[in-house]
Ligand binder design. Structure first.
Ligand SMILES: [Zn+2]
Length: 184
C-alpha cells in the first residue's frame, strides 16, 4: 500500500490539527522509509521486511519516531498520534500484502492479488483523507484536485513499474476481477 497511507496522514491532520503534516507523512510512511534505509546495507527482502514491518521491530520504530516527535514538538498528543500512525502503516499493509505481523504470526490478507480492488481501496483512502484535510486549516494548494491526481498518478506509476519489473514482475492483473499471482 502506498497512497492509502498518505490518506490516513491527511485524516489525522484534520482530526489532530496541532500535529504537523510533515511529521504525520513521515510517520505514515516510516516502515517503508526505514526499509529503504536498511536495504542499502545489503539485507535481503525478507530481512528488510522483518526489521521494518514485523513486531517487535515495527513497534520499536513507532516508539523511536514518537520519541523524536516528543523532543522536537514537545506535545504529547502529537507524539501519540505519530506513534499510532506508524502502527497504522503495519495494519494497512496487512490488508494489501502478505507480510506477517510477527515472524510466524498471522499473515496479511494479500488483497494486492486483486490489483484492481487494491487500487480502488488506495484511491478511496487518499480521497477520503483529502476530503477531511480540506475541512482543516491546511494550505489550499495541498487539498485541491491536483493533489488527488498526483497521488493517483504515483500509485499508477508504481503499479506500472511492478508489472514491468525485470527479471520478474511483482504484480499482475486478472480481468475483470480474479486473484492473480506472480511466481517469484
Ligand atoms: Zn509498507
Amino acid at each position: 500500500m502506498i497512497i492509502g497511507h498518505i490518506g490516513v496522514a491527511f485524516a489525522a491532520r484534520w482530526r489532530w490539527p496541532k500535529a504537523p503534516l510533515p511529521w504525520l507523512l513521515i510517520a505514515t510512511m516510516a516502515p517503508d522509509l526505514w526499509r529503504g534505509v536498511i536495504a542499502a546495507s545489503g539485507l535481503n527482502a525478507r530481512e528488510t521486511n522483518l526489521y521494518s514491518h514485523e513486531l517487535p521491530w515495527s513497534a520499536l520504530l513507532a516508539v523511536f519516531l514518537a520519541g523524536g516527535a516528543l523532543l522536537a514538538l514537545r506535545d504529547l498528543e502529537s507524539t501519540f498520534v505519530i506513534g499510532v500512525l506508524v502502527l497504522s502503516h503495519i495494519a494497512l499493509d496487512m490488508v494489501s500484502g502478505w507480510k506477517p505481523l510477527w515472524p510466524g504470526g498471522p499473515n496479511g490478507l494479500e488483497l494486492e492479488h486483486f490489483e484492481q480492488l487494491e487500487f480502488l481501496i488506495e484511491v478511496a483512502l487518499a480521497w477520503a483523507g483529502l476530503a477531511m484535510l480540506k475541512r482543516s486549516s491546511a494550505p489550499r494548494w495541498i487539498v485541491g484536485w491536483r493533489m488527488l491526481a498526483l497521488l493517483v498518478a504515483i500509485q499508477g506509476a508504481y503499479l506500472a513499474m511492478s508489472y514491468e519489473a525485470r527479471p520478474w514482475k511483482t504484480r499482475c492483473i486478472a480481468y475483470p476481477l480474479a486473484p492473480c499471482w506472480t511466481h517469484l
